[in-house]
Design a protein around this ligand. Structure first.
Ligand code: HEC
Ligand code: HEC
Length: 341
């Protein structure tokens, strides 16, 4: 067992989620365990993709490896999901292979294990499926089809070994997606100043941030951006844009009531994930808050709870300061989530 693998196996910490670690796949007799931040719900892990140290490590290698993932050797998951940006990017719209633009803003990956429907419109039902679609999308990684990507992985001797250790099988696109999903599921963020405050450290927030927290709860933000994940993962139109160029959730459900509805984004690490909204069209957090303060534009499907708030400039700035307290700097440095050596 190599050093990194031993590191994962010894990463057996508190707040535990046990998984049905398949004994024949893991040389380590202990179950694989991932640390869940205190106060978070149990981590959902699908029965057909249990955590094993080998899978998580293989997924992490692939996540960061442009040679393995893309036809041109230039794009990896980390091109758009960058650890130092809380696994999002700074672009309005992200760029895939040959400079092709995605039509939506990159979603950050921390705590994504808790989202039962993925993407801004909830069009995909599992991480494994979402990642398989991305891996085999010609616009992102350039592969014309699944078979071409699988054949490419099979040509790498070191990956053949790693897939064998993780799955007792040959490399394939579907197993690559499983391994990457296992890794992505381990990316958890719950150690911000706000979390320290909730756990009893009254000095963790400044007085201004505490005032901002009151504004946040009083203004109904928490009804959709619900702690501890700061999202309820449901779909709404918040009416912050004068025009909606795409249908949002309605593209999936075909229900006109869902037009311009998008999945509530988590506000954790929000100070690192600008620009904002599904189309990345608002670059400043304060501007988002100012628009909420006006009650938004008169869009037919806008949620009824969104009304003018009448907040003063000082209250808006305090609210912004509170949102900054949701930044978890340990996420950005955690070596378990970083590029493998
Ligand atoms: C070209 C940039 C780009 C690359 C490369 C990329 N992504 Fe993404 N990712 C995005 C964008 C943009 C979205 C949001 C798309 C949407 O909602 O339609 C997204 C969404 C996601 C989501 C859904 C998050 C959520 O909250 O629902 C996951 C999971 C994800 N990506 C994982 C990955 C993985 C794993 C890889 C590598 C296999 C990868 N992405 C490669 C841009 C990228
Ligand atoms: C009815 C549910 C709902 C309420 C209430 C609500 N939001 Fe939102 N929020 C959303 C949705 C949905 C989006 C994404 C909309 C889009 O992309 O078009 C969003 C987006 C955001 C964003 C941008 C996040 C990103 O990653 O792009 C911020 C910041 C935000 N909301 C803060 C707040 C604050 C502060 C309040 C209280 C004043 C609030 N929200 C109230 C549902 C809600």
């Amino acid at each position: 067992m190599n050093k990194l693998l031993r590191y994962y196996c010894s990463f057996l910490l508190c707040g535990l989620v046990l998984t049905g670690c398949q004994r024949e796949l893991s040389p380590d007799p202990k179950p694989s365990i991932v640390e869940v931040p205190p106060g978070f719900p149990p981590l959902p892990v699908p029965a057909d993709n249990p955590f094993t140290a080998e899978r998580i490590l293989l997924g992490r290698r692939l996540f960061y490896d442009p040679q393995a993932l893309s036809m041109t050797g230039t794009i990896s998951c980390a091109s758009c999901h960058r650890q130092e940006r809380a696994f999002s990017d700074a672009a309005t719209l992200s760029t895939g292979i040959h400079g092709r633009k995605h039509w939506r803003s990159t979603l950050p990956l921390a705590n994504v294990a808790y989202a039962s429907l993925l993407l801004w419109d909830g069009s995909v039902g599992s991480l494994e499926h979402d990642i398989l679609i991305t891996l085999t999308s010609p616009r992102v990684f350039g592969w014309p089809d699944t078979a071409a990507f699988s054949a490419h992985l099979q040509r790498h001797l070191s990956y053949r070994n790693a897939f064998y250790q993780a799955f007792r099988a040959e490399p394939s696109a579907a197993l690559a997606a499983k391994a990457i999903a296992a890794f992505v599921r381990t990316i958890l963020s719950g150690h911000s100043p706000y979390d320290r405050f909730v756990r009893g450290d009254t000095t963790a927030l400044t007085p201004q941030q505490r005032r901002g927290m009151q504004v946040f709860f009083r203004s109904g933000c928490s009804e959709c951006h619900r702690p501890p994940l700061f999202s309820d993962y449901q779909f709404y139109c918040n009416g912050l844009l004068a025009h909606y160029w795409e249908e949002g959730r309605a593209a999936v459900t075909r229900d006109p009531a869902d037009i311009a509805r998008f999945r509530t984004p988590s506000l954790r690490n929000i100070s690192l994930t600008a620009p904002y909204l599904h189309d990345g069209s608002i670059s400043s957090l304060l501007e988002v808050l100012r628009r909420y303060n006006t009650g938004g534009f008169p869009i037919a499907t806008k949620d009824r709870r969104l009304r003018p708030l009448g907040l003063s400039e000082a209250e808006l700035i305090a609210l912004e300061a509170f949102l900054h307290s949701l930044t978890d700097s340990s996420l950005l440095r955690n070596p378990l989530y970083g590029r493998p050596e």
